[in-house]
Write a protein that binds this ligand. Structure first.
Ligand code: NAD
Length: 485
């Protein structure tokens, strides 16, 4: 008999306590070796004036157990309360969001009965770094940051996940036809990591057509790995097409800690009525059992749960007059699952999880690399300017005078499009100009030259709002060309 694994448990708000009670009853009856350490999160904590919604001592429990089974919570409106999910994810470094999306047709209505895919979304980088600036009267900026280690970690996680769960294909989705450097890095790292997994089929899809295919032919996908924003969007598309938003579980996995929950919220409209479906949280708990190395128990529960659906024992949210046999409440549903422990579904494939799941499954190896040789060869200066009818020839002709030891203006763009020299009069110009400086032969420049450029730009009366250094890495350009350059 294995010793009991301590886990942190939060009963949450709304229907949270009811579905947690049902879930833990099933886990215990199935023989899960767990010892819950209960912490308080959510509404009560927010209302005590703790804006993160989680008490300081709860972090100690999470640090000790490293596994968090969490019921949904209610985020009070207004009042500067922060999303507990975002706080937990960032504080504990939960870099992978894993969302299986599976159809349980005909028990859950869907047009796509064969759907069985898993979305693995990068959770920490991309536009979600939240670095935003208003730079001019008219223009706002949000920085998209993609790192090599961040990409490698999530991509290797996706392949390891595919291996562990016996999945055949990993699809990478990016928009690297447009964002050739940032999304291009993600795609490049995907191709590199894929070579380590020759038994797994791989493919890449541009995110727009990829999303359309999820909505139209979800059965062609198996595991999908993608960047933060795209992952956020396609997770909802995929959950919607399977019809099982109310049944889905998800995990947020970090190097040390992992959090497991239902996709849905705290459903305050039905709280306390005893009618909530506990399946979402139960599916999260099944993922947790695999994570902590108890896949046999996970299988036993998943099979009994599918058999319960098959037998027509349904909570109100999935009840169908023509198909369901009995409408049950939360605890009655749990009792029906418990009654079926040891049985398997007849019409759906039996659950099968890889054995020997290891703890700390979120720790991913990073490839050792020699850093590239970085050389400064130019400077982009961004300028706020809206005089002279925003005539690009006026700003261009003035900045032509700037010269720092041969470092001179080569072109100007507005919102990425070249407008000087030889701009088109049809191009609309905002008050946000990017002025690019190179030596005529694009040779290496010095920081002193860049500082001299800024002095001269200032002396001409321009407000420079930011600069970007233009580097090469091992001789390869580390910046994009202007549209029309
Ligand atoms: P919701 O998912 O709670 O509810 C949407 C609808 O689905 C409601 O009609 C609800 O009754 C129904 N529903 C949800 N779960 C159900 C279940 N298990 N069984 C039967 N019916 C179910 O979404 P919402 O109403 O937009 O959000 C309510 C609260 O939940 C908000 O405070 C929100 O911030 C919070 N929320 C929390 C989480 C989380 O903690 N992870 C996630 C999403 C929303």
């Amino acid at each position: 008999m294995t010793s009991k694994r301590k886990i942190t448990v939060a009963y949450g708000d709304g229907i949270g306590p009811e579905i947690m009670k049902a879930t833990l009853a099933i886990l215990n009856a199935a023989g899960a070796q767990i010892e819950p350490d209960v912490i308080e999160i959510g509404e009560q904590v927010y209302l005590k004036g703790i804006s993160s919604g989680i008490e300081p001592r709860a972090w100690d429990s999470l640090r000790e157990t490293k596994v968090f089974l969490k019921s949904p919570i209610t985020t009070p409106q207004g009042g500067g309360f922060k999303s507990l999910n975002v706080t937990t994810r960032k504080t504990l470094g939960l870099y992978a969001n894993v969302r299986p999306c599976k159809a349980y047709s005909p028990f859950v209505k869907t047009h796509f009965p064969k759907t069985d895919l898993v979305i693995i979304r990068e959770n920490e980088e991309d536009l979600y770094a939240g670095i935003e600036h208003r730079q001019t009267d008219e223009v706002y900026q949000c920085l998209k940051l993609i790192s090599r280690p961040g990409s490698e970690k999530i991509i290797r996680y996706a392949f390891e996940y595919a291996k562990k769960y016996n999945r055949k294909k990993v699809t990478c989705m990016t928009k690297d036809n447009i964002m050739k450097l940032a999304d291009g890095l993600f795609h490049k790292v995907f191709n590199e990591v894929a070579k380590e997994y020759p038994d797994i089929e791989t493919e890449h899809k541009i995110i727009d057509i990829g999303t359309a295919l999820i909505a139209d032919r979800p059965e062609i996908f198996d595991v999908i790995v993608t960047l933060n924003l795209y992952g956020d969007i396609i997770s909802d598309v995929a959950a919607q097409v399977t019809g099982s938003v109310g049944l889905g579980g998800s995990s947020n996995v970090g190097e040390e800690v992992a959090m497991f929950e239902a996709i849905h919220g705290s459903a305050p409209d039905i709280a306390g009525m005893g009618v909530a479906n506990p399946s979402g949280l139960l599916n999260g708990a099944i993922m947790m059992l695999v994570h902590i190395g108890q896949p046999e128990v996970a299988e036993k529960i998943a099979n009994a749960w599918m058999k319960t659906l098959e037998d027509g024992i349904h909570t109100g949210d999935i009840y169908q007059e023509s198909l369901s046999k009995k409408r049950v409440g939360t605890q009655e549903f749990a009792a029906a699952v418990i009654e079926r422990l040891g049985q398997a579904p007849a019409s759906m494939p039996k659950a099968s999880f890889a054995k020997g799941g290891e703890e700390g499954g979120g720790k991913m190896r990073l490839t050792e690399r020699v850093p590239a040789k970085k050389e400064l060869i130019g400077l982009d200066v961004f300028i706020d300017w809206k005089e002279s009818g925003r005539d690009s020839n006026v700003i261009g002709d003035r900045l032509r005078q700037v010269n720092a030891d041969g470092l001179k203006m080569q072109l100007i763009t507005n919102r990425g499009v070249k407008v000087y020299p030889d701009g088109m009069k049809e191009t609309f110009c905002s008050d946000h100009w990017r002025v690019r400086f190179f030596n005529a032969d694009e040779s290496v420049i010095t920081h002193d030259q860049t500082i001299e450029i800024l002095k001269q730009v200032k002396n001409l009366g321009f407000d420079f709002i930011k600069t970007e250094n233009l580097y090469t890495f091992d001789g390869e350009r580390g910046f994009s060309l202007a549209q029309g350059e």
